[in-house]
Design a protein around this ligand. Structure first.
Ligand code: B12
Length: 260
């Protein structure tokens, strides 16, 4: 990542940060658990900042190492994802949009994010009771033409952690594959992710195809992804929308008739 871009962010590690050991013991208490003292809150902020910075630097090894260290010190994995890594990848996206960063750096940021997620995903599942799949099957994927899968993976992880059985079709999924998988798995819920304004219409096409194949009455459709809004979801006739992985769980429960 270019020095100029980092300087423009004021994102170079401070001298204070550089002197401190990589992991502080009280991260466990501080990182998202709410009962930390002022020092603990500072340490948690520093942890998240280092995680954010690792993604911004496109440093996959450091992002994973920080995730491992956070886990071994008992930090809240969800807080690390939201306040550390996701904050970092969103910043990368903003700098890309402003022309400060280019595609290779976008890819490095995504790699760093993914290497941290490889470490944190099992922890996210464990934190919510291990993800024993006793609930309904959810077919999830990113629509055709779109290879963004980080947000989809977070949504899948949260749903799995809350007992849904996940059938993850990956990214760049042709419309018909969603419909066929919903039928094959007898799934009551399709979860469709789209990150590009040009691929959002794929969500509407899948809904139309469900209708065409006579499955619309028994398969609900939940949509999401950064450019998708509640208004857009209503416009294409989706049954539900959620702006985040956490809110996706409540929406999936509602759509499959589970208690809130
Ligand atoms: C990482 C990234 C990439 C990576 C993707 C790696 C991967 N394996 O996912 C790479 C480098 C491959 C990439 C490529 C491209 N990208 Co890109 N990318 C991003 C970036 C920076 C972050 C996306 C991300 O992971 N966010 C973090 C996750 C956690 O957030 P999220 O996806 O929004 O998901 C959350 C919610 O939206 C929701 N959610 C997501 N899915 C779902 C699904 C359901 C059912 C529900 C309920 C909720 C839900 O929950 C999630 C968790 O809370 C965004 C910028 C941004 N701010 O979004 C640009 C961005 C999406 N990319 C963009 C572009 C232009 C591209 C390229 C076209 C670039 C190019 N010139 O080639 C290509 C497209 C390739 C393709 N065909 O898909 C633009 C899109 C602009 C537009 N108007 O459409 C963005 C917005 C950057 C920008 N600001 O310009 N990209």
């Amino acid at each position: 990542m270019s020095g100029a871009a980092l300087k423009s962010l004021g994102a170079e590690p401070t001298k204070a940060m550089a002197k401190r050991p990589a992991v502080e013991q009280n991260w466990a208490r501080a990182a998202g658990r709410g009962s930390a003292d002022a020092g603990g809150v500072m340490e948690a902020r520093e942890l998240f900042e280092r995680q954010r910075q690792a993604v911004l630097d496109g440093d996959a090894a450091r992002a994973a190492a920080l995730a491992r260290e956070a886990v071994s010190s008992g930090a809240d994995p969800q807080a690390c994802v939201d306040r550390g890594y996701v904050a970092g990848i969103r910043e990368v996206g903003r700098l890309f949009e402003e022309g400060e960063l280019f595609l290779p750096e976008l890819m490095q940021g995504a790699d760093a994010m993914k290497s941290a997620m490889d470490v944190l995903r099992p922890e996210l599942l464990r934190a919510r009771g291990g993800g024993a799949a006793s609930g309904p099957a959810v077919v999830i994927g990113t629509v055709q033409g779109d290879i963004h899968d980080i947000g989809k993976m977070l949504v899948a992880t949260m749903l799995e952690a809350h007992g849904f059985r996940l059938v993850d079709l990956g990214s760049d999924v042709p419309d018909a594959r969603f419909v066929e998988a919903a039928e094959r798995e007898a799934s009551p819920l399709l979860a469709l992710s789209a990150l590009l304004t040009t691929t959002m219409p794929g969500q509407g096409r899948v809904i139309a195809l469900l209708r065409e194949r006579g499955l619309r009455d028994r398969v609900r459709v939940l949509v999401g992804g950064a450019p998708v809004t509640r208004g857009y979801a209503a416009e294409i006739g989706a049954d539900g929308y959620a702006p985040s992985a956490v809110e996706a769980v409540a929406e999936a429960r509602r759509l499959t008739g589970l208690a809130p």
